[in-house]
Design a protein. Structure first.
Lengths: 227, 288
């Protein structure tokens, strides 16, 4: 039964720790500490991604978890969560964040084959401006109702739609999907990537803004009118 | 997105401040260094004192203290904020009274320690002690986004973000606003410092509208570049004391806006041609 509460497994860049979102927080952390202390050599030096599901974790609790891991020689680097409270807490602690996928038994950081129109593909809706320093990673699509300021970054396996000004860095189709696209009301990203292609905005200024869409055509990224 | 519907430049009306007992804690910060945080803090403090407000300024730039120099109070320091936190003196003993304004005080930073000598909780405790006795508690933040900034932000009821009309300063201000929002605080108001009207006109410098377009927060002050600022700071007589300085006027206007007054923004042009001056006169907006 205890595997339902605390899950630990190896992933591409370290270890993924999953804490069941419905269990009591203090019991979970003490259970986690016990599990790590039981096999300390195995865990020492590991980079940790922690998946907290939909649980809202305040900054204090997340800080305690980070310290708990650090005391055992591990580094908390990425927080997966669907809760804005948790994401904000992680940002405040300068941790990378990514939106967890709200399906049981999911496989973060593993690529799945899907077509963008397929049902059940997750998307993240962010109803705020992303300011410099903010990063959003998602296995699905990302929709921003607000601006993406210079210095902010979006990395999505699917498409990226910005209902506002896109001026930061964006990477759509980050798992290699060349059919992914990026749309924005004002498309002047610092850098735009789709799958393995990279482009930057021309340095012209004061142009007339119009909604645009970026996609890969003929081996390069092109931008055309959106809608 | 809602911010976009408001005018880019708005004047605060004094409403909507949190209802905490006593004075307001106003933190002045920027992210980037060298944009004029300390000069701004000193000048707003002086200008508020001129308006008869009881003001205490706290320098939180431990290890790199400057506010005492700009205020001309360096030689009077006996105790500092670290002495207060570590119990070597009472809070009252670390408060240095200004030479000219009897209700203007400075709590200096320590010069020998680092930012970790004070915690965010210490700052909340100190400012809570000061609230009953003052109208304004101005906290001068260090540059950066680390401990010193956290210390300065922790007690803030309001935040003033100082930036210059250049891309790197605006980028850092944007980062700071994101961090303030993450603390569930109001994102604050902007002070655009060292604006050169002729460069803005030629399109060589970001305009106030360019800056608010990126940051999406309202402006509480636009301070023109003014050659009086540096000598004033060097001599410990902040430019807000200088009646003929345009930067001084801009800082005095910010203080009036902080007190809830509706003060129109002054023209950025050095003095304007005769037509502009006349039109300002007729518009009744003459604030000079």
């Amino acid at each position: 039964m205890r595997d339902d509460r605390v899950g630990i497994k190896g992933i591409k860049d370290g270890l993924l720790i999953t804490l069941n979102q419905d269990e009591e927080w203090r019991e979970l952390t003490s259970e986690l500490a016990k599990r790590i202390d039981g096999q300390s050599q195995f865990f020492s030096g590991a980079r940790i991604t922690v998946d907290l599901g939909a649980r809202p974790v305040p900054k204090h609790d997340l800080g305690t978890l980070k310290a708990l891991l650090e005391r055992r020689g591990m580094t908390l680097t990425v927080v997966l969560s669907d809760s804005t409270t948790t994401i904000d807490a992680a940002q405040a602690l300068d941790l990378r964040t990514s939106t967890a996928i709200p399906t049981p038994g999911r496989q973060p950081y593993e690529t799945q084959d899907y077509s963008p129109e397929e049902e059940g593909i997750t998307g993240v809706l962010l109803r705020r401006t992303l300011r410099s320093g903010r990063t959003v990673h998602s296995q699905g699509h990302v929709v921003v109702l607000g601006d993406v300021n210079p210095g902010a970054e979006i990395v999505a396996s699917g498409d990226v739609i910005v209902w506002g000004k896109l001026r930061g860095n964006v990477h759509a189709g980050a798992d290699g999907d060349e059919s992914a696209m990026v749309c924005a009301l004002d498309m002047t990203p610092n850098q735009l990537r789709i799958a393995g292609y990279i482009s930057t905005s021309p340095p012209e200024r004061r142009r007339k803004t119009r909604p645009e869409m970026a996609l890969v055509r003929g081996g390069r990224i092109i931008v055309e009118a959106w809608g | 997105m809602a911010e976009r519907l408001k005018p880019a430049i708005s004047t605060p009306n004094g409403a909507g401040y949190p209802a905490r007992p006593g004075g307001r804690v106003v933190t002045i910060t920027s992210g980037k260094g060298g944009v004029g945080k300390t000069t701004t803090t000193a000048n707003i403090g002086i200008a508020l004192a001129r308006l008869g407000r009881r003001v205490v300024m706290i320098d939180t730039d431990i290890g790199l203290r400057n506010l005492d120099i700009v205020l001309g109070l360096e030689s009077r320091i006996v105790y500092d904020i670290v002495d207060v936190v570590e119990g070597r003196c009472k809070l009252r003993q670390a408060m240095i009274k200004h030479k000219q304004f009897p209700e203007l005080y400075l709590i200096p930073a320590a010069q020998t320690r680092d930012k970790t000598a004070v915690s965010p909780a210490d700052m909340v405790q100190i400012t809570d002690q000061l609230r009953p006795e003052f109208d304004f508690i101005l906290v001068d933040s260090p540059a950066g986004i680390e401990r010193g900034f956290r210390n300065a932000l922790a007690p803030a009821d309001e935040v003033l973000i100082v930036t210059n009309p250049e891309v790197s300063a605006v980028r850092d201000a944007d980062r700071i606003i994101g961090l303030i929002e993450a603390e569930k605080k109001d994102p604050g108001k902007l002070i655009l410092n060292r604006v050169k009207a002729d460069m803005v006109r030629r399109g060589e410098m970001l305009s106030p509208t360019d800056v608010t377009d990126i940051l999406g927060i309202s402006i509480i002050g636009i301070v023109p570049e003014d050659e009086n600022v540096v000598p004033s700071s060097n001599s410990g007589m902040p430019v807000a004391l200088n009646e003929s300085s345009r930067a001084g006027l801009a800082f005095r206007n910010i203080a009036r806006r902080l007190c809830g007054e509706n003060v129109p923004f002054m023209s950025l042009e050095p003095s304007g041609n005769i037509l502009q001056r006349l039109s300002r006169l007729f518009a009744g907006g003459s604030n000079e």
